[in-house]
Every structure is written in C-alpha cells, then in structure tokens.
Design a protein around this ligand. Structure first.
Ligand code: ADP
Ligand code: MG
Length: 767
C-alpha cells in the first residue's frame, strides 16, 4: 500500500477520489533487481474505475496494469507512463481499449506523477468519439453534395450497381431521375473503355485509394455519346468500404475544344517545324523561348543551344541597335514590324534575314509579353540583288565610257590620219618630222586606251571564232615566263576534252595577259606562283542560277600574291579603278577583261582575300557546232582604170575629210556624204561608176546597214565596206544583208586605210 505524505492529506485525497465522476486509479511502480521500473501495479481505484474496467475493486487491487489492460503495453502507453515517473511531466492521451467486461471503447487518460506512483484519471469518451465520427461522415456527404451542385453525383456498390444518382447524373446519362438505381455502371461505359473501368475501380477499392479521376466516353440511353470526367471517392461507412461515390461532369465540349486545339496546334507545329523560315518566340527582354529546328541548318546552332539566349546576341553588331529599337516600339505599342538583319551562326559567314517581329499581347491585360519572329533567309536574294546592282552599275559606266570613247575615237582617227598625211608630206631631213612622229605615237597610245574602254563597254569590233582555250594558254605561256620575271613561277594545267568556245583569239590573249600582269604586280614583292588552268564544267539549271545551264570551258588564273580586300574586290572591274600608284596602273586592265568576257557570252568571278592570293575564273559557254567553215576571202573588184571611184558616207566631219584626203592623194576619185540619205542621193546623181561604198555604221537619218542594202539594190556590182569603231561585229552583221561585208576598224592610219581599199579594188594589170 502506498503511503502518502500525511494522514490528513491522505484522507482528503481518498474522499476526492471516491467522489470523482472520472475513473481514478493510483498506480505504484514495480521495479526489478536493478531498480528499473518494469510495470505498474494498481494501488487504489474508485467506484467509477470499477465500472469502467468491468470488475470489482477486490479483483483489481494489487493487479499489474498490463494484466488488466494488455493494450497498455501494446500501444506503448506503459513506456510513456514510466517516463512520467522519471521526468515528472504529466501525460494526456486517448486510448482505444477492449477486454472481457470492458464496456468502453475509447478512454482518455490523464497521468500525473504522485510520489513514487502515478495518479491516473480516465474518462470514457466512446460516445463523444462516435458522435464525432458520424458527424464527420455526414459532413463529408454534405460537402460532396454542396460542392457538386452542378455535377452529377452517384454511388455504386462494389459490384458496380448504382445505388444512388442525383438528377444531374441521370440527365447526363440520359435517364430520368431514380430509374438509374439498380442498373450496372458498366452499361453506361463505351465497350472499349469497360476493361479500364473495371481495373481502375477494383484497384481503388482493393488498395483503398481515396480519390481517382477518370475520363471516359459514356453511352446515353438515347445512343448519344458524351464524355464524362469523374472524381471517384471511396464510400465507406464505419470504416468499411461500401462502394464508390462519384462526382461526374459532362466534359464533351471541353474535349472537343481540346481536340480542336490539339489538331490546330499539331498543324501549327507541323508548319513551324517544316517551314524553311525560322520561327521563334521571344520573351519581352528578347530571349529565345522557342525556336524552330530549322535554325540548325540556317545557323548551325540547335534549338536547345539557343534556348534562353538573346536574339540580338546572334545579330551583327551593326544591326543590334536597330533591332532593340524595334522591340522597344513593339513593347510600347504592339503591332508588327519587318526588318532586315544579319545573323552569325556557327559558320561565321553572316546569313541575311528578313524578319517580321510581332508583339505577343497578353489576353487579359493587353500587356506585351514577348515577341513572335519569323525570319526568312534572304542571303541568296541579296546576293542576286547585289550582283544585279553591280551589273547595272557596270552597264551604266560602260555606256558612259563607250559614249565618250566613241566620239573620242573619231577625233583620234582624224588626228592620226592627218598626222600621217603631214608626216608623208615632210621631207626626210626636216627636223619637224620627228615632232610629227611624236604626235603619231601619242595618238597610238590614246587609241589603245579608247580601245580598252570600248572593249569594256562591249562596243569593240570582235572577231569571234571557234577557239580552244588550251591553244591560247599554251601559246601565251611561252612568253609569259619571260614577261613575269625570275620571281614568279608559271605553271599550267590544261584539261582534256575542253569544249570549243566562240571568242576572238586576240582578245582572249589580251584577257590572259592582263590577268597575268595583275598577278605579277600582286607578287612583285615576294614572288610566287602563277597558275593558269583550264577545266570543263557543267552548270545545272536552277531557279537561282545566274547563267544559262550547260557546258562551259573554264579558264582560271591563280596567283599567290597579296590578295585583296572585299572593298577592292567589289570595284576591281570598274574602269579607272586602281590601287596602284599614279603612272603604274590605269585601272583599265580588268574592265577590258570584263568587257571581252561578257561580250563573248561568258562571265568572270574572283575569289580572293588579303594575304591569300587571288583566283580569277572565266566561264565561256561551249560553242554549238564545234567548228565553223573558214570565211571566204572578201569580195574584191577589179578596177578598170588606174584608180576607182569611192563613195564615203560618214557623219564625223574629221573622219570624212581625212578619208577623202588620203584616198584622193592616192589617186582615187572620192564622193562624200554625211549620212545614208545623202549618200544615196549622191550616188543617184553620179553618172559614172561607183566602185566602192565606204560607210560608217551609226549615222543620222539612215544608218550604214540600211544604206548598204539600198545601195546594193541600185548598184549590185559595187563593193561595200563598213567603217566601225565600236559594236559587236556579230550585231553589226545582223544589220547587214551580206554577212561577209568587210569591216574597217577605226581609228585607222592612212596606210591601213589604203591597204584595205587597195585589197578591195584590185587594179587590172596594165594592158
Ligand atoms: P590596274 O592593274 O591598272 O590597277 P586593273 O583593272 O587591272 O587595273 O586592276 C584593278 C585593281 O584590281 C588593281 O589596282 C588591284 O588593286 C586589283 N587587282 C587586280 N588583280 C589583282 C590580283 N591578281 N591580286 C590582287 N589585286 C588585284
Ligand atoms: Mg592591270
């Protein structure tokens, strides 16, 4: 028996205990040999405790707690109670109990340390617990109903039979209220979904999964199909699963919308992923959120690498400010803007893009949340445009140069001719003869310059013939080595089976010579190698091709010299463009080369970079019909007397007077006219023979071609010759009826004029 501190206190305590409405038990510690508490023994208890434990006081006093209530050990309460003994901290906890004669299901214990024992107050809370539980259950049901006021609600038992359905559930499934109860849930599930339904809900019940969500196509009694999405909870009563409770909703419209969305998204993605345009979504601060995979082939950077990087990081430094301004404007005002910009991918060479930027506007607030960009690769287009601009510029410069050169050429013809005449008239010992000779030489140099200009403007007389470029190269290579000096090694590589082209061999030599001289200048300081090679190339037809498809003979002139900057490369064919010191370069070499090549139907390209030498490639189209018959000797006429009569038609006063002077001095009778109409008039009024018509091509009122035709009709026996300082000979011939009409190139010297004329008018041997 426990002894308490004082008899008085003891008595008062016992009275309080006896009167307590709660069960009251005093426990004393049971210790083993080492002094550790192993159990608790009942030392005192009140009437209420007797009731609670279902046994009389005598049957309980002195008994071990663990004997009376085994749960005390099982639930760990014993250990916790012993801790109260050790620490003095009281304990308050609920315990579910059971045992023979014990009525209560739930007890609530308060355990307090009292000397070497424990005072335990226990209250039966079974009833309260029950109320609480049923309250919770009905609350649950209530909540279910309230929350799902617009949803269908139904219960099914574990066999899948409806035990309840609210009106909405019945409506969704096409049944009147009430009639649904007793039917099988599976009847309303489309057959191909039934297996899934069985598996899902069997598992939910077996594994006691509190809530599941499932969407399925439901078959209404009217045969219509609706999509149902349902939350299914375990329906349990008193801890037992009695079935499933579902909150279901018709989601047909939502599904249809989602499907449409998915399809359009798929279509959108298809377009996006397969478009050659690069599509990107950027954040408001210009970072890639999405970029279509084509960036890989356009920039050499994959979408994953671009993610999060700034759009302008890829742009050329020159374009960044403009781009930012566009994005700022769009961020402020929304809308769409298009820009042209360069981007640098992995390859390093910039890709030109035409990019449309569109502000993405937030649905709700109208704020700009980012940008949508569509970038189209326009590199090829720009190159074409640039080429076109270049060609147009060359064309314009050519026309200008050609126009000046044309007039200048006529002046030179007169100067040259008259200085010839003057020269002839001065005695050999006259000191002025040397002066005149200087005039002649200067005129010759001036004539060379004009010829180059005319060549550039493609107005030079050209004598194209079937030509093997290998022959030209082989012939010239022999003298090139000497021309280029010791420092430069000349190498040739000639292709077999090179197609025959139509070109003027003299002009092609000039082309090669000019390229070789430029190469020499570029290698002047350190020497190097000049390689001339020929090749066969077939160009394919393609929408981007700038040249006719077909076979080409290619002539390449490659040097290992200084090379050139892109700026020089862009301008080098322009007449008078030179980087060489005054007196060293005229800037006409390449313009002439350009003119000759284009006039021959070919094209020239350059590949060069500073320090990396230069490589010029000339493509000439293969000629149709490999060889052309040799031209018959020009028609000539036997002049009866010691001389002949010549009609000269020329609108340039100087040339006309010169020709008249030279021919008259040589003993010819000369008639003159300033255009075609006048020439015909003169001829009609001339009673005697006219042996030769010498006519200019471009004249006012009637040109040389028309004159030749009319004149030939009236005087079929006469010889006709053309004087020309420009124009493609082929084009000239097209204006003439007789393709074999002899052509005399301006400017001419007195000697060359007489030589040609005397070849045409053969004097009859003296009788
Ligand atoms: P010029 O030789 O009189 O200067 P061209 O028309 O022949 O005139 O050439 C124009 C310019 O092109 C040259 O001044 C030079 O700057 C450049 N050029 C031409 N060929 C080469 C080359 N093989 N290597 C480097 N630069 C070249
Ligand atoms: Mg040159």
């Amino acid at each position: 028996m426990t002894s308490f501190s004082s008899p008085d206190a003891d008595r008062r305590l016992r009275a309080a205990i006896a009167a307590s409405l709660d069960a009251f038990i005093l426990l004393e510690a049971v210790r083993d040999a080492s002094g550790a508490v192993t159990d608790l023994r009942m030392a005192e208890l009140n009437h209420r405790a007797e009731r609670l434990l279902g046994r009389p006081r005598e049957a309980l006093l002195g008994r071990l707690v663990t004997e009376v209530l085994p749960q005390v050990r099982e639930t760990g309460l014993l250990a916790r109670a012993i801790r109260v003994l050790d620490t003095g901290e009281s304990l308050d906890e609920e315990l579910r109990v059971s045992g023979p004669g014990i009525e209560a299901e739930w007890l609530r214990h308060q355990i307090v340390k009292l000397d070497d024992g424990l005072a335990v107050t226990s209250r039966d809370i079974t009833e309260g617990k029950r109320v609480e539980a049923s309250l919770r259950a009905s609350e649950e049901r209530y909540r279910l109903l309230v929350e799902s006021a617009t949803d269908g609600i139904y219960r099914i038992d574990p066999r899948g039979i409806f035990t309840y359905a609210n009106p909405i559930a019945s409506r969704v499934l096409g049944m009147g209220d009430g009639t649904i109860v007793g039917r099988s849930y599976l009847d309303f599930v489309r057959p191909d979904y039934r297996q899934e339904a069985i598996e899902l809900y069997t598992r939910q019940i077996r594994q006691r999964v509190p809530v599941t969500y499932w969407e399925f196509p439901a078959l209404r009694t009217d045969g219509r199909e609706v999509w149902v999405g349902q939350n299914v909870q375990l329906d349990h009563r008193d801890g037992e699963v009695v079935g499933l409770a579902a909150v279901a909703r018709d989601i047909t419209a939502r599904r249809a919308m989602e499907e449409a969305l998915r399809q359009s998204e798929e279509r959108y993605r298809f377009v996006t992923e397969h478009s050659r345009d690069m599509l990107a979504r950027l954040t408001r601060d210009g970072r890639f959120e999405y970029v279509s995979p084509v960036c890989e082939s356009l920039l050499g950077v994959g979408p994953a690498d671009l993610q999060g990087r700034r759009f302008d990081e890829l742009c050329d430094a020159d374009d960044v400010a403009g781009l930012r301004a566009v994005h700022e404007r769009l961020a402020a005002r929304g809308g769409v803007e298009t820009t042209t910009l360069r981007m640098h991918g992995r390859a390093g060479t910039p890709v030109w893009f035409e990019t449309t930027h569109q502000a993405i506007v937030d649905d709700a607030g109208g704020a700009v949340t980012g940008f949508l960009t569509v970038s189209r690769d326009i590199t090829e287009r720009r190159k074409l445009e640039e080429d076109l601009r270049h060609v147009q510029k060359m064309e314009a410069v050519g026309q200008l140069a050609g126009g000046v050169a044309h007039d200048f050429n006529n002046l030179l013809t007169a100067i040259r001719g008259f200085s010839d005449v003057l020269f002839q008239s001065i005695r050999a010992d006259d000191p002025r003869r040397a002066d005149v000779l200087e005039i002649c030489k200067a005129t010759d140099r001036a004539a060379t310059l004009t010829r180059q200009l005319l060549a550039f403007s493609r107005r030079q007389v050209m004598r194209p013939e079937p030509l093997n470029l290998n022959t030209v190269v082989a012939d010239l290579a022999r003298i090139l080595q000497r021309l280029l000096g010791e420092g430069v090694t000349v190498a040739t590589r000639l292709a077999d089976g090179l197609p025959i082209v139509r070109a003027d061999p003299g002009q092609m030599e000039q082309v090669l010579l000019n390229l070789a001289l430029n190469a020499r200048d570029a290698m002047a300081e350190r020497g190097g190698t000049l390689t001339i090679e020929t090749a066969v190339e077939t160009l394919q037809a393609s929408p981007e091709a700038r040249h006719a498809p077909g076979r080409y003979a290619v002539l390449r002139v490659i040097d290992t010299g200084t090379g050139m900057t892109p700026e020089v490369r862009a301008r080098l064919f322009e007449p008078f463009f030179t980087t060489k010191p005054r007196g060293r370069g005229t800037g006409l070499g390449l313009s002439m080369v350009y003119g000759i090549v284009t006039q021959s139907g070919g094209f020239i390209t350059v590949d060069s970079a500073p320090g990396r030498g230069a490589s010029f490639a000339i493509h000439l189209p293969a000629a149709h019909g490999a060889a052309e018959p040799a031209r018959p000797a020009p028609r000539s006429r036997v002049v009866a007397r010691g001389s002949g009569t010549i009609l000269v038609a020329e609108d340039s006063e100087g040339v006309l007077v010169l020709a008249q002077r030279i021919l008259r001095d040589a003993g010819y009778e000369v008639l003159t006219a300033r255009d075609g109409v006048e020439a015909l008039d003169v001829a009609r009024h001339h009673a005697g023979e006219i042996d030769l018509l010498l006519t200019d091509v471009m004249m006012p009122r009637m040109n040389g071609g028309e004159l030749a035709r009319a004149f030939a009709a009236e005087r079929p026996d006469a010889v006709i010759a053309i004087m020309s300082g420009y124009m493609d000979e082929d084009a000239l011939r097209r204006t003439l009826d007789d393709p074999e009409t002899p052509i005399l190139q301006k400017p001419f010297s007195a000697a060359s004029l007489l030589e040609r004329v005397s070849a045409l008018l053969v004097r009859a041997p003296a009788a």
